[in-house]
Ligand binder design. Structure first.
Ligand code: GTP
Ligand code: MG
Length: 610
């Protein structure tokens, strides 16, 4: 075995918001990959539109910097548990990892999840306690709980011997000893060079594992991954080895390596490096690209199973097809199956109904991001309520369970434990810092978490932070009875008017403003009572010749509640749907007329009696 001392491959892992992308910013800026006058902004790697809007990383991405003549390939990953599949997808490209831990929050459930993955892959971790510039940081405690985490997860003694750095990604500084004044990231770069092993390479015919795909309108499909053996050059004949071992011959088009945000065209790349190659029209993530003489497959990437499912179907509402560019079953089906090529933890299945598909993901946010992406591309469709995916093991029904961590204030403990009790959550830990801040940890079935975030934000007035991570499958805990109130349903098609909406506000909250087109069966608000009620929100006030002193006073409506897409899919019940178009998100009853809904209730009562 040989080593390539001119390269290091690292992946940056952490819980959500602990500062991974900010640290990559600082590494890029300090390694001078930009021109002096170039304006690059913040969170440079978060280039996706939704990443920018939400301020979170959704896709793992590659970049590289050069430090003292050594190229450091850096992979930034998302920290949100719903995108764990991205970490699993790219982790095999690295030899070492930077494990970031927030100096106040300390190790969180996702810190544990990603560290376990990294140690299982045999990566050499460097711990970076980040955000040391923050007031109230608890660095000593955070370090000690990080050490505990390593003790719990390490599979060999040498994994306990990890270097620790104290950093402020925001200020672009890192130091090796607490109390030292940071100047720049030199200590971090030095630590990467000194502690992360250079890539081990095997000489012999070319072999690379595809970890990502990209598209270019001229170049076509671009396969990205690490070369494990040999060399690759433009026009080289190769094969791709697929899931079933099938071998497809290709000729490499161009070869690129990374530097900063650019891909550099090169004449040759060698084992140990991370490259992008063109010319392989049908290659997939997980496939191996290899030489003709030794077409051997590398181990495929292992991705965790999805835990939540919902249906996507053609929009069957009376407004169907009005606002979208792509509204047919064929278009929706094609787009969903295409998504599988890059969204590895997603699953799509046809169902008994030809215009409905079952889509499975790693959480509500994972599915919501997909819906939002499709909607912005011009797709129009309807989605059902997300459900936890159960499975039968040895004849026993099992369901997914998650660890729920809540950072909140003392005064909300009562309300939260009551809400969560109804959702079958069990409190496993509670820590108070003596300053009115408390961390609550629960084990809760995934089904109990669906729609919980809405209720949570309202109950804690937006003052608390919620995090979830997948724990495992446990025997089914029993059904949860929906605690949501009934909804206000439009009883007629037309345009909602102030007078009609005012009547509706007499019953509860409304979701639409006057002037909104509605159809019979569309949900326009939340009832203050448990039962649904149909209301004619298009009804105008009767015109009379008589002026009455009170009734002519202009009606003032309470502003409507605008549900975001994520809130909408968490809000609906099983007999309801979310209608998604590029312009609107509407909620509706599956059965549109009141007569149909009444018939349905009485027939389900009859079947219960039997
Ligand atoms: N005070 C302080 N804030 C920081 C520091 N590093 C990051 N932040 C802030 O923390 C927030 C999250 O930073 P990101 O870099 O997006 O975190 P991330 O780990 O990439 O988040 P995800 O990719 O969504 O998991 C941003 O508001 C940053 O400005 C730091 O060293 N000090
Ligand atoms: Mg990020």
């Amino acid at each position: 075995m040989n080593y390539r001392s001119d390269i290091r491959n690292i992946v940056i892992i952490a819980h959500v918001d602990h500062g991974k992308t900010t640290l990559v910013d600082a590494m890029l800026k300090q390694s001078k990959v930009f021109r002096d006058n170039q304006i690059v902004g913040e969170l440079i790697m978060d280039q996706g539109v939704l990443e920018r809007e939400k301020g979170i990383t959704i896709m793992a991405k590659n970049t590289a910097v050069v430090y003292r003549g050594v190229k450091i390939n850096i992979i930034d990953t998302p920290g949100h548990a719903d995108f764990s599949g991205e970490v699993e997808r790219v982790i095999s490209m690295a030899d070492g990892c930077l494990l970031l831990v927030d100096s106040i929050e300390g190790p969180m459930p996702q810190t544990k999840f990603v560290l376990r993955k990294a140690l299982a892959m045999g990566l050499k971790p460097i711990v970076v306690i980040n955000k040391v510039d923050r007031q109230n940081s608890r660095i000593a405690e955070v370090l000690s709980s990080t050490e505990d985490l390593f003790l719990e997860l390490a599979t060999s003694a040498d994994q306990l011997d990890f270097p620790v750095l104290y950093a402020s990604a925001q200020e672009g500084t890192a130091v090796t000893e607490l109390g030292m004044k940071g100047k720049d990231l030199t200590p971090l770069f030095e630590c990467i060079l000194g502690k992360v092993s250079p890539p081990q390479i095997e000489s012999g015919p070319f072999q690379m594992l595809v970890s990502n795909l990209d598209y270019d309108s001229h170049k076509g499909r671009i396969a990205i991954g690490r070369i494990w053996r040999g060399k690759v050059a433009p026009h080289q004949p190769v094969v791709s080895v697929g899931t079933d071992g099938s071998v497809t011959p290709y000729e490499i088009g161009e070869v690129f390596t990374y530097l900063g945000l650019k891909r550099l065209k090169v004449e040759e790349a060698e084992a140990g490096d991370i490259v992008a190659v063109t010319g392989l029209e049908k290659v997939n993530i997980g496939d191996t690209i290899a030489s003709l003489e030794r077409p051997e497959a590398l181990p495929r990437i292992k991705i965790g199973e999805p835990t939540v499912e919902m249906t996507f179907g053609v929009n069957t509402s009376p407004f169907g097809g009005r606002e979208g560019c792509f509204c047919t079953t064929r278009q929706l089906r094609k787009r969903l199956y295409k998504e599988l090529e890059t969204n590895l933890s997603l699953r799509v299945q046809d169902t008994d109904s030809p215009d409905t598909f079952l889509v499975k993901g790693r959480g509500e946010l994972h599915l919501a991001i997909l819906i939002e992406t499709l909607r912005r591309e011009g797709y129009e469709f309807e989605g059902s309520r997300p459900e936890a995916i159960t499975k039968v093991v040895d004849g026993k029904l099992m369901e997914p369970v998650e660890v729920l961590t809540i950072d909140t204030k003392d005064e909300y403990i009562g309300a939260l434990t009551e809400m969560l009790g109804k959702r079958q959550a069990q409190l496993t830990d509670m820590r108070n810092d003596g300053h009115n801040n408390v961390r609550l940890v629960f084990h809760v079935p995934t089904k109990g978490l669906i729609g919980f975030r809405n209720a949570f934000t309202t109950a804690t007035r937006g003052e608390s932070i919620i995090n979830t991570t997948f724990l495992g499958y446990e025997p089914y805990h029993g059904d949860i009875i929906s605690t949501r109130n009934g909804v206000l349903v439009a009883s007629e098609q037309g345009i909602a008017v102030t007078y009609g909406l005012n009547n509706a506000q007499g019953r509860g909250f409304t979701f639409i403003e006057p002037g909104t087109p509605v159809y019979e069966g569309m949900i326009i608000g939340l009832d203050s009572r448990p039962k649904d009620i149909a209301i004619n929100v298009c009804k105008e006030k009767k015109k009379t010749n008589m002026r009455s002193s009170t009734s002519d006073i202009a009606i003032k409506l309470t502003p409507s509640i605008q549900l975001s897409l994520e809130q909408a899919i968490g809000f609906i019940n099983n007999d309801e749907l979310v209608e998604v178009t590029p312009e609107n998100i509407r909620l509706r009853k599956k059965l549109l007329t009141q007569a149909q809904r009444l018939r349905d209730i009485s027939s389900s009562r009859r079947s219960i009696k039997k």
